[in-house]
Structure formats: C-alpha cells, structure tokens
Design a protein around this ligand. Structure first.
Ligand SMILES: [Zn+2]
Length: 294
C-alpha cells in the first residue's frame, strides 16, 4: 500500500465537500477496532499524497458519540500518515469569532462522557503528555497561511468538547464562556487524544457556524430562517476551510520537520515490556512496535 504523510479528517460540512473534491482512490483498511467511518480516499493534492476520511462517514451516519474514533485514527496510522489536519463545525462563544471565520485551536476542555478515549485500555499502560493538545508545528503552518487568507483566521481558541448530540442549555453556554472557552463542538475528543497516542501531529481547524445559545437571537428571525442561515454558514465556512487547507498543503515541506508529537510514546509506556502479551503487541503493532524493540 502506498504510504501517505498527511491525513485530513473532515467533520460536518467539510467531510462532504472533501469526498466530492478529493478524486483519488478509495482504499480498504481493517483495524482491530473495526472499519473506519468510511473508506479513506488517497489522492495527490497540491503535490502531496493525502488520505481523506469523513469523520461521520458517507451520508453522515455516525453521531458524535458513535463515530469510530479509534478505527479512524488507527486507519491513518496504518496508511503511514504522520500529521492530521482535522476540521469540526462549532458554535462560537465569542462575539469576535463570527460565523464563517476559521479558528486554529490551541486548547481544549473535554466534557465527553461516553467514549473510549485510549488505545491503551488493556494489557499495556501508557500516559502521554497532553498539556498542549494540538501540534504547534502543524497549527503554525495553518496560522501562517491564514495570515494571507481571504477569510479571518483566528490563530488560537479554546474548544469545549461536549457529548451531545443535543446542543447546550443557555446556562451551560454561559458557563463555557466564563471558563474562557471560545468554541463549542462535539467531536475533537477523543480524536486529538488518540492522535497523540498514535504519535500523529494533529491540528484542529474549527468552523464556526453560529453563536451557540448564549447570544440572544434576533426575535424577528424565525426558526426556519435561522436554520437556513446556519446551513448557509456551514457551506461557506467549509469552502473557507478547504481553501486554507489547500494553502497549508502547499506550504508543508517534505520530509516533514521533526516534531515532539511523533515521539509522544517515547517515555509514556509504563508497563514492563516483558509483561506485554503477544496478542496486545500484535494488536497495537503500528503504534508501539518501535518502542518495544530492544
Ligand atoms: Zn506535531
């Protein structure tokens, strides 16, 4: 199988756009966690081999709780991917982050409750560092190209990841603002944690489509009209994200520069190597084999 270096995980909006835009060939990948949300598409884009994955699968069939996050990240690892650009539709918690702007996130607050958030749940214990959840190098590439973009690209933002699928109450929305958060979404966790465990660089581009519920809605705007506006924003912000990602791919030099994300397991495996069962070694081979070599 051809090795690719860059993965793109498209969330709501961008996932659909990417599947149409990507061209390329569909590949089948099996993982110990079942199949990914949909078959990844491998294509050469802007001179670089890229693997695309639609987070919610073709037709948007997996809700945020049910997305096969482990299979998705493991698939990227098996394809040889070293760095992932992920996107996610969000609500904005700040007046200055307007719908259809883009945000390169730098922090996250994890409020998810019902998702398996590790590859190291049995047979081997690992504790990766996660103080900075997103890759500084890959985020830096997005920030740099964002300076010349036609759309406003905010260079940082704190993303609250909630379980969903329902949206926040007004009290929760106001609480998230008081916490200092800038965006609310449902999907970057456990994805970013799993990417770190898989030693992938991972950057998150947030796509704000609305102001969540903290901001009083205009009483003159009806519910149907509001929904139309949000869907229109989703289309526009997805196109903005697509343009920015294309520019980022042009700016990425290969071979990729070294990054500490890709060494995340170096001192993180606490289990005595001699006690890791062959079945576990085999299951996690793409993730841990180089750290278990004597
Ligand atoms: Zn990195």
């Amino acid at each position: 199988m051809k090795k690719v270096q860059i993965g793109i995980i498209g969330g709501t909006g961008l996932g659909e756009v990417l599947l149409k835009e990507a061209g390329g060939e569909t590949v089948d990948v099996a993982t110990p966690y079942g199949p990914p949300a949909g078959p990844p598409i491998v294509a050469n884009w802007e001179g670089i081999d890229v693997a695309f994955l639609s987070r919610h699968g073709p037709g948007h069939c997996f809700n945020p709780t049910m997305v096969p996050y482990r299979a998705n990240i493991f698939t990227m690892k098996k394809l040889g991917v070293q760095a992932v650009i992920a996107s996610g539709a969000t609500g904005s918690l700040r007046e200055e982050i307007r719908p259809t702007d883009l945000v390169v996130c730098d922090q996250v607050i994890d409020k998810t409750l019902h998702r398996t958030n590790t590859f190291f749940d049995e047979g081997v214990v690992a504790h990766v560092e996660f103080a900075d959840p997103f890759c500084p190098w890959l985020g830096g590439v997005l920030r740099d190209v964002g300076k010349n973009a036609d759309t406003t690209v905010h260079p940082k933002g704190t993303y609250v990841c909630m379980e969903g699928p329902q949206f926040s109450t007004r009290a929760e929305s106001q609480l998230h603002r008081q916490w200092g958060a800038d965006l609310i979404g449902m999907t970057c966790m456990p994805e970013a944690k799993l990417a770190r465990e898989a030693e992938l660089c991972y950057a998150l581009l947030a796509l704000p489509t609305d102001y969540d519920c903290w901001r009083p809605a205009d009483p003159a705007v009806g519910a149907a009209e509001l929904l139309r506006e949000i869907l229109g924003n989703l289309q526009r912000v997805s196109q903005n994200a697509l343009s920015l990602i294309r520019e980022a791919l042009k700016a990425i030099e290969t071979p990729l520069p070294p990054c500490r994300c890709r060494e995340a397991l170096k001192s993180a495996i606490w289990t005595d190597k001699s006690r890791i069962e062959p079945a576990i070694r085999e299951r996690l081979e793409p993730l841990i084999s180089r750290h278990l070599a004597d």
